[in-house]
Design a protein around this ligand. Structure first.
Ligand code: ATP
Ligand code: MG
Length: 241
């Protein structure tokens, strides 16, 4: 399989603090990677450098073998890298349909295809029945799905999701895991997902990268990572599985 994204020696410092140190990371096309680690481990900093919201102090980022380290957010979005933030960024007063339409308007989608594309996205994120509702009436989980829908609407190929299940019910979290697996399998999408919810990570059944103090502590399957003593100490806590 070809590598979609690769980072080499990615380092970010804030004044005296090293938020990311020499991160080497590789992600294949059509794959999911979970990034876990305790608060302040450097997870958000890492995806901010991939999305272009932060510039690294050192290191390089390659996307489809192109060096994108110096590209700005807009240019990275145009080549398929899109990000969902920790806090939702949708327009509350507009309907679900209108929110997706706004995203589609920013693409080169022909006028005649717009309605079809919007309806496809609505279906993919299970919001067809909510299409005419103002976003403020959606449940928390539905708002998060709408945000994923916005990334699909702009035809992103690499989705960066920062804690997509935060605040969701157990049912919503399970449904989100199914949604994400379905999207990656059927649409050749790739995702980097930052998460704290262990059940969600287990459900995704994807490789996991553990960050600790800005460094990669280990990478492996959920089983390997959760059985690792160091990981249990720093993140999962003693005695949890
Ligand atoms: N803009 C910034 N200016 C200064 N320090 C920052 C900035 N952004 C992050 N940091 C610091 O860098 C470190 C890593 O932060 P980051 O937000 O990447 O962690 P995180 O793993 O996403 O944590 P959380 O799980 O709480 O979201 C922390 O010590 C944080 O305080
Ligand atoms: Mg964070």
């Amino acid at each position: 399989m070809s590598s979609l994204l690769r980072t080499e020696g990615l380092t970010k410092r804030f004044a005296g603090l090293i938020a990311n140190e020499a991160i080497n990371f590789e992600l294949d096309t059509s794959s999911i990677r979970c990034v876990i680690g305790p608060n302040g481990a450097g997870k958000t900093t890492f995806i901010s450098m991939i999305s272009g919201h932060l510039q690294p102090n050192e290191g390089r980022i390659y996307y489809k073998d192109q060096d994108i380290t110096k590209l700005n957010v807009v240019k990275r979005a145009r080549i398929g890298i899109a990000r969902k933030f920790q806090t939702p960024t949708v327009f509350d007063e507009l309907t679900v349909y209108d929110n997706i339409e706004l995203a589609v308007l920013g693409t080169d989608c022909p006028y005649n295809d717009r309605n079809k594309n919007i309806n496809e996205v609505l279906e993919l994120v299970h919001l067809t029945n909510e299409s005419d509702k103002p976003v403020k009436f959606l449940s928390h989980g539905q708002r998060q799905w709408l945000e994923i829908g916005l990334l699909l609407a702009v035809k992103a190929e690499l989705l960066l999701l920062d804690e997509p299940t935060a605040g969701m019910t157990v049912e919503e979290t399970e449904s989100t895991a199914r949604l994400i697996k379905n999207l990656t399998q059927e649409f050749q999408l790739s995702m980097i997902i930052i998460e704290h919810d262990i059940n969600f990570i287990r459900d995704l059944n994807a490789p996991v990268t553990v960050l600790h103090l800005g460094r990669v502590l280990m990478e492996g399957s959920f089983e390997q990572v959760s059985a690792n003593e160091k990981v249990r100490e720093i993140y999962l806590g003693h005695g949890n599985s």
